[in-house]
Design a protein around this ligand. Structure first.
Ligand SMILES: NC(=O)c1ccc[n+]([C@@H]2O[C@H](COP(=O)([O-])OP(=O)(O)OC[C@H]3O[C@@H](n4cnc5c(N)ncnc54)[C@H](OP(=O)(O)O)[C@@H]3O)[C@@H](O)[C@H]2O)c1
Length: 251
């Protein structure tokens, strides 16, 4: 029986690479790609089915805007109707806007990076609990670490334009995730937070310079491999940590 995996923000970057890796992995996954723009998600699904030769019914595209409850509810209803359960939820969608308007930057960032994942989490909880072996992964960031921002020896002991809203949102996301882990400790739900590393994506903007982090960003396939290793149970020793490719980050 395939494991049913749903990824938010799966049309680009880390979400897309994860969907592609899972679709081609020898494990039996059915992958539900979601995103706020259905045309982009459909295009991503087509690219994956073409590249992997997977049947189109095991790689599915759904519209899901994490900032809109009606959109979340519709996706939940479709997953319930089609699969009756969810085995892996990857709360990946995120943004890192910059701009002169502090209020707008904070509200937009928290809406997508904190409130969105919390709503998605609540809406899919019963479908996850209908699984024999449910997993819920939150895509966090080492930039959320309070230890790093207070340690002069850390590369995170610095600020730059726009980083405050993003970093604060990822710190808040850590609490959403750890709260869920505690809340469900009597259940079988495996809740994890991972730090995908600094990788090529649209997070910093769509120009080549921004996508590649001005040449410094790594391959998002490494982030996808980290996600695969976590849902295979290979990182269970780090369940209450910020899991990274190399080990873990301190809170
Ligand atoms: N790349 C890095 O270096 C890095 C490092 C640490 C953590 N992360 C985290 O990794 C996750 C994935 O980001 P990425 O780097 O892969 O960036 P990305 O290429 O920009 O991907 C983000 C995805 O989220 C989607 N999204 C944005 N707002 C949404 C909403 N309201 N509803 C549903 N989907 C929405 C985007 O859709 P659109 O195409 O429609 O905008 C896109 O598919 C984020 O949580 C990010 O914070 C990334």
């Amino acid at each position: 029986m395939p494991r049913i995996v749903l990824i938010t923000g799966a049309n680009s970057g880390i979400g897309f690479q994860t969907a592609k890796l899972l679709a081609s992995a020898p494990d039996d996954f059915s992958v539900i790609l979601t995103g706020r723009d259905l045309a982009k998600v459909e295009a991503a699904r087509e690219e994956i089915t073409r590249a992997t030769g997977k049947q189109s019914d095991s790689v599915v595209a759904l519209q899901l805007d994490v900032t809109t409850q009606a959109s979340i509810d519709k996706a939940v209803a479709l997953v319930r109707e089609t699969f009756g359960r969810l085995d892996v939820l990857i709360n990946n969608a995120g943004i890192a806007p910059t701009g002169p308007n502090l209020e707008e930057m904070f509200r937009t960032t928290f809406d997508t990076n904190v409130i969105g994942p919390a709503l998605v989490s609540a809406a899919f909880r019963s479908l996850l609990l209908a699984s024999e072996n449910p997993w819920h992964l939150y895509v966090g960031s080492e930039t959320s670490s309070l230890s790093y921002i207070t340690d002069p020896a850390s590369p995170m002991y610095q600020t730059n334009a726009g980083s405050v809203a993003y970093r604060a949102s990822k710190a808040a996301l850590n609490m959403v995730a750890m709260h869920e882990q505690l809340e469900t400790k009597e259940e079988k739900l495996n809740v994890r937070i991972l730090c995908p590393g600094f990788v090529v994506s649209n997070l910093r903007g769509s120009s080549e310079e921004a996508r590649t982090g001005w040449g410094g960003a790594g391959d998002p396939e490494n982030s996808a491999r980290l996600i695969l290793s976590i849902i295979r149970g290979e990182r269970d020793a780090d369940a209450d940590k910020l899991i990274s490719v190399d080990g873990f980050h301190t809170w």
